[in-house]
Design a protein around this ligand. Structure first.
Ligand SMILES: [Ca+2]
Length: 276
């Protein structure tokens, strides 16, 4: 006779997976937690906000001691608390860690995933959350099973450094084929399509394959679509390029209506979106 806990209520079936008539519940798979011993304050970081590599010692960079040229006068600091979960499903816990860059009037924050690979932590260069003094604020980065959860407030480009025009967002990020991708509330780019920014309606010349990053190799967002029109940031429209090659290399964040009020967000190649 099975215990009452194991009787088949469908809702409980998932929670109680492992219940059976014989023996104790199956234990969860063992996850390596070695990354918890890694010191992110004594590691080489890529500072994405200044596009430089910096070596941290004691939790911060020391610009005068850097071997390679760094962003002028910038000091980087690790920002925690570091949170851990296995985001690439290889059985090893991974981490999400913040890095600030401060100097003059500048203050940037970027949170990154570090994967545990071959006995060391490896930073993914694409950030999972970005903020600076005037645009946006990262409220929290927390760990869930298999994903990092970000809550943030986006502010409109061009706004003053006041809090006007703010848009609260929350999303969960995981790793697919080595790229950070948004998995909830819907699959797509980490970047948020902001209805206050993607306001310019354009008619793509043909089919569009949306991607999670401005890179042909990054994971696709669904199948190719053929929308009658899409929305992009007005700064992209009528932009001048020196050469056709410059234009063809450019990517644009697109918000595409799918009907019934639904939209899909993703990066597309500029010439696929804006004919010219
Ligand atoms: Ca992992």
């Amino acid at each position: 006779m099975p215990s009452l806990r194991c009787l088949g209520l469908p809702v409980l079936a998932v929670v109680l997976a492992g219940c059976s008539d014989s023996g104790p519940p199956t234990p969860p798979p063992v996850t390596s937690t070695e990354i918890r011993n890694f010191d992110f304050g004594a590691a080489e970081w890529f500072d994405v906000t200044n596009s430089v590599t910096v070596k941290l010692v004691g939790g911060m960079s020391h610009p005068e001691a850097q071997m390679a040229p760094t962003a002028f006068g910038m000091v980087n600091r690790v920002l925690g608390p570091v949170v851990y979960t296995d985001v690439d499903a290889d059985g090893d816990e991974d981490a999400a860690v913040g890095l600030t860059a401060e100097g003059g009037q500048t203050f940037n924050t970027a949170w990154h995933i570090w994967l545990w690979q071959d006995g060391r932590a490896v930073q993914l260069r694409q950030p999972i959350a970005l903020a600076d003094r005037c645009q946006g604020e990262i409220e929290s980065v927390t760990a869930k099973p298999g994903a990092f959860s970000v809550t943030a407030v986006l502010r409109d480009e061009g706004d003053s450094c006041s809090a006007s025009g703010s848009l609260p967002v929350s999303y969960e990020v995981s790793v697919q084929d080595g790229w950070p991708v948004r998995i909830r509330p819907e699959f797509g780019p980490v970047e948020t399509c902001n209805p206050r920014e993607q306001t310019e309606q354009v008619v793509p010349p043909g089919e569009l394959q949306l991607r999670t990053w401005p890179d042909e190799k990054s994971p696709a967002v669904g199948e190719p679509i053929e929308p009658t029109s899409v929305f992009v940031d007005e700064v992209y429209v009528g932009r001048y390029f020196r050469t056709r090659e410059d234009r063809d290399k450019q990517w644009v964040l697109v918000s595409a209506p799918l009907g019934e009020g639904r939209r899909v967000c993703g990066w597309a190649r500029y010439p696929d979106v804006i004919p010219g």
